[in-house]
Unconditional design. Structure first.
Length: 111
């Protein structure tokens, strides 16, 4: 199990103990994390599950596909070095908590 803390803009963090290999977007949805639209259902065609990942080395995450890379260039929030699409990540085994911050611009677009 890996501890994952979701940080929605303007909301209280939500922490979950997550099995290794679980899809990060599906975990967020199961815990009611706001701000992740996931319009495409996790098929990496919309970019509405843009998050910022910290607490883990990037090489410990699933490799970024070309499709994910292109979608992040056009996401609602400016791309950062820690940007990923939650739908494209499985939860790795990690010694400490992984922090998943939802992009504020994406969250605001829901209101």
């Amino acid at each position: 199990m890996t501890v994952v803390t979701f940080v929605p803009p303007g909301g209280a963090p939500i922490t979950a103990s997550v099995p290794t290999g679980a899809n990060l977007l599906r975990v967020a949805m199961a815990y009611g994390v706001s701000g992740l639209v996931a319009e495409c259902g996790g098929d990496a065609v919309c970019g509405t599950c843009h998050v910022f990942i910290s607490g883990i080395e990037p090489q410990q995450l699933d490799a970024m596909s070309e499709a994910e890379d292109e979608l992040l260039d056009n996401a609602a929030a400016p791309r950062r070095s820690d940007s990923r699409l939650a739908c494209q990540l499985t939860v790795p085994a990690a010694p400490g908590p992984i922090v998943v911050t939802i992009a504020a611009e994406q969250w605001r677009s829901l209101r």
